[in-house]
Design a protein around this ligand. Structure first.
Ligand code: SAH
Length: 252
């Protein structure tokens, strides 16, 4: 069996129990060296072979997984955060399908959840936004035109931008073109949950200068929206005057 395992955002104890158990049993671990905390490799047994996928092509990764699996080994493909977000896992699954190699996915804590925890905040605040838009600036990977940042920004929803820390001048102007006021609160979270994490609170207009001042060029998330501000409404769920399936409203 091949397991695609989410390593979590950085801190070695933010992998799931299931993921850690699989790492202990693995005969081959292929990890994304640029973003996965190498401390996680300490969970592996002595005989486990470890490969860094940063230096490998998709075909080399697939060939290594197939060879280990055919030799009866347990393979862990360790992805940063959760494998489903910009993980390039689907293309690996297609190659495994072709060779009839069985696989499973173990969910992980995505870095956008790690970033919210570090900021001690909530993306979905009543009265502010009930929607989280996860997107990115176009890089070598194109973004479909209907998903341009300006279009997405026009909703005024909470936005989480991956893979965009090096493109902040353009991001900032596209957000504003989409109707996002320049003073809208924004945050840059560098290496969320790692020991060298940095949190920079700024505004949409000042994103690029804030990143430069703090020496941040990559491995960061850009968070945008009024959820970073002070105002919001109380939840209905815990409102004393609200009755629901598990609780009767208090009498006034
Ligand atoms: N699957 C991963 C994302 C992989 S794409 C996840 O669920 O988090 C790589 C991008 O993720 C980076 O360029 C950066 O934007 C973001 N990223 C990954 N780990 C991060 C972390 N600990 N802190 C901030 N951003 C991170």
């Amino acid at each position: 069996m091949v397991y695609f395992v989410g390593a979590g955002p950085g801190a070695a104890d933010l992998i799931t129990v299931r993921g850690a158990e699989l790492l202990k049993k693995a005969d081959l671990v292929i990890y994304a060296g640029s973003l996965v905390n190498p401390e996680l490799l300490r969970y592996t047994k002595k005989s486990c072979k470890i490969l860094n996928s940063a230096a490998m092509t998709l075909e080399q990764v697939a060939a290594a997984m197939v060879a280990a699996q055919e030799a009866g080994g347990l393979v862990v493909r360790l992805h940063t955060g959760d494998p489903s977000i910009y993980g390039a896992v689907r293309e690996q699954m297609v190659l495994l399908d072709k060779q009839k190699i069985p696989y499973q996915v173990v969910a992980g804590v995505s870095s956008f959840c790690g970033a919210a925890a570090s900021l001690k905040t909530e993306y979905t605040l009543p009265g502010v936004s009930q929607t989280v838009i996860i997107s990115r600036m176009a890089g070598r990977t194109q973004v479909p035109p209907r998903e341009e940042i300006a279009q997405l920004a026009s909703h005024g929803a909470t936005m989480v931008l991956f893979l965009s820390a090096g493109l902040l001048e353009t991001l900032s102007s596209e957000l504003q073109q989409g109707g996002c006021p320049p003073e809208t609160p924004a945050a840059i979270v560098y290496k969320a949950t790692w020991p060298d994490e940095k949190i920079v609170r700024t505004s949409v207009a000042k994103l690029a200068s804030a990143a430069t001042e703090n020496g941040i060029e990559k491995t960061a998330l850009i968070l945008v929206g009024n959820f970073l501000g002070d105002g919001f409404d109380r939840s209905k769920l815990y409102d004393p005057s609200f009755t629901h399936g598990f609780r009767q409203a208090e009498r006034s």
